[in-house]
Design a protein around this ligand. Structure first.
Ligand SMILES: [Zn+2]
Length: 92
């Protein structure tokens, strides 16, 4: 068993909510613009990004842990209204 090398080309990121690692494709990138957490739905927004599963539970955890200000290196609190909307829509 040699599972040490990961030749898979898919980059992994850690969800700031549940702290589990996932393929970047399965996570929502979040950036801060003017004190608001903005979902980077197209992956095109500049700046530092945090990653969270597009699930209300993960977003809730991230907010409660103040994970976004920490991950994004900004002073909180941050408005997560847009993020909640995005996650609400993405969740089944
Ligand atoms: Zn998560």
């Amino acid at each position: 068993m040699s599972g040490r090398t990961r030749a898979c080309g898919c980059p992994e990121r850690t969800c700031v909510g549940c702290r589990k690692r996932s393929a970047r494709d399965g996570l929502l990138r979040v950036v801060v613009i003017g004190g608001r957490c903005v979902p980077d739905l197209r992956g095109t927004l500049p700046g530092r990004g945090a990653y969270v599963h597009p699930a209300p539970a993960c977003l809730e955890l991230a907010v409660r842990r103040r994970a976004f200000p920490r991950a994004l290196k900004v002073q909180g609190p941050l408005d997560t209204g847009e993020l909640r909307q995005a996650v609400g829509q993405a969740a089944p």
